[in-house]
Ligand binder design. Structure first.
Ligand code: MN
Length: 365
């Protein structure tokens, strides 16, 4: 067993002792590799290099049975023998265990999201207070006095987590076991250090590769292969794999990111199947409309597409030029997105601005 798993096990056991000061480290609701591995790394690094008295458990903000959709994360878990039984999931919010936690660190987002947010808003007298934030998304400007509060541009949030602990205790930088895990979200999020790479990511990459004796091209290939594997998933599972909802004024909408082009989706699922599942999905998520973004490679070219579903009122014309949209030849309201620099991080705020003044009447018509 690798030491990361041993530490996770030990942390979970310690959390059951009475009178412990307990904290959760939560990744964002999409629950991608960056979120999950940043949360795990935070808990591990805190225990090993900062403070054994305050116990932090990794919290994955989605139901446990949806972990199987993240095949890249499962690949890392298998490779380094990380056992999911030492992690908490959104299902645990309903249990008594969570009631004993009073501190919440957000990684890979800076305001609570999804089920965790619902828990905080709806459970009376819950003691969970946000005490720290480490994130690389747009700063929403809340919880300004928490410590740490690191919201910086970086290709991967995991770089910020590692850098934070390294600055507290330089011994962290010779911990091969955690570095082997941290290199995965970094090379996934930066497409093997080819895109969205910031200065800090470069420094972290140097640290990792100075002690990891593995070809990073091969690590990347294996991760992408696992991540892009959607065989055996239903269309709803494909949507759930990397999904986020956003709120703006009266409107809640969702954006699902998928790793295959619309052409592939239409080869694998019938039009009817897609329509029925999208209707169910939008109802179950309580959203007004759904945006599906696709990102994939064609030969050595990176491509993006975007589609709008149940978009009662969102005017594509208003965003068409900025995103450089070109209509795709299928029955859906879907486009090639020639402006490749816009990922979900930029598109969500753009759509939020367009829908923030919607009134109820406009939503209905
Ligand atoms: Mn991230």
């Amino acid at each position: 067993m690798m030491s990361v798993n041993l530490v996770l096990k030990q942390i979970l056991e310690l959390s059951k002792a009475p009178n412990k000061s307990l904290g959760l480290v939560s990744g964002n609701q999409s629950g991608d590799a960056d979120s999950i591995l940043s949360a795990i790394s935070y808990c591990y690094l805190n225990f090993q290099y900062q403070d054994r008295e305050s116990i932090y458990l990794p919290f994955l903000n989605f139901p446990k049975d949806e972990l199987r959709l993240r095949k890249d994360v499962l690949y890392v878990f298998n490779k380094y023998e990380i056992d999911q039984k030492y992690l908490l999931f959104s299902d645990d919010l309903a249990s008594d265990t969570i009631k004993n936690f009073n501190r919440l660190i957000l990684v890979d987002h800076n305001i609570p999201q999804g089920r965790l947010q619902q828990y905080i808003d709806s459970v009376p007298n819950n003691q969970l207070k946000i005490t720290g934030i480490i994130d690389h998304h747009e700063d929403e400007g809340y919880h300004l006095n928490v410590k740490p509060r690191i919201v910086l541009k970086a290709g991967s949030c995991s770089s910020l987590v590692y850098d934070y602990f390294k600055s507290i205790n330089s011994k962290a930088s010779s911990d091969t076991d955690i570095l082997k895990i941290l290199i995965n979200p970094l090379i996934l999020d930066t497409f093997n250090m080819k895109s969205r790479v910031e200065h800090l990511d470069k420094l972290m990459f140097e640290d990792y590769t100075s002690i990891i004796d593995e070809d990073t091209n091969i690590i990347y290939e294996k991760l992408i292969e696992a991540k892009n594997d959607i065989d055996g998933l239903t269309f709803t599972e494909v949507l759930n794999k990397d999904y986020k909802s956003f709120e703006s004024g009266n409107v809640v909408f969702g954006i699902a990111s998928i790793v295959k082009p619309f052409g592939y989706v239409l080869e694998h699922f019938t039009e009817n199947e897609i329509n029925i599942n999208i209707n169910r999905f939008t109802k179950s998520k309580g959203i007004e409309f759904l945006v599906i973004m696709t990102a994939f490679s064609e030969g050595d070219k990176f491509r993006r597409e975007i589609g709008f579903f149940n978009n009662s009122g969102l005017k594509i014309e208003e965003i068409k030029d900025e995103l450089q949209l070109e209509e795709l030849d299928n029955k859906f309201d879907s486009y090639k997105q020639l402006n490749l620099s816009y990922s979900r991080k930029q598109i969500a705020p753009l759509i939020k601005k367009k829908v923030e003044n919607w009134t109820l009447t406009e939503q209905i018509t």
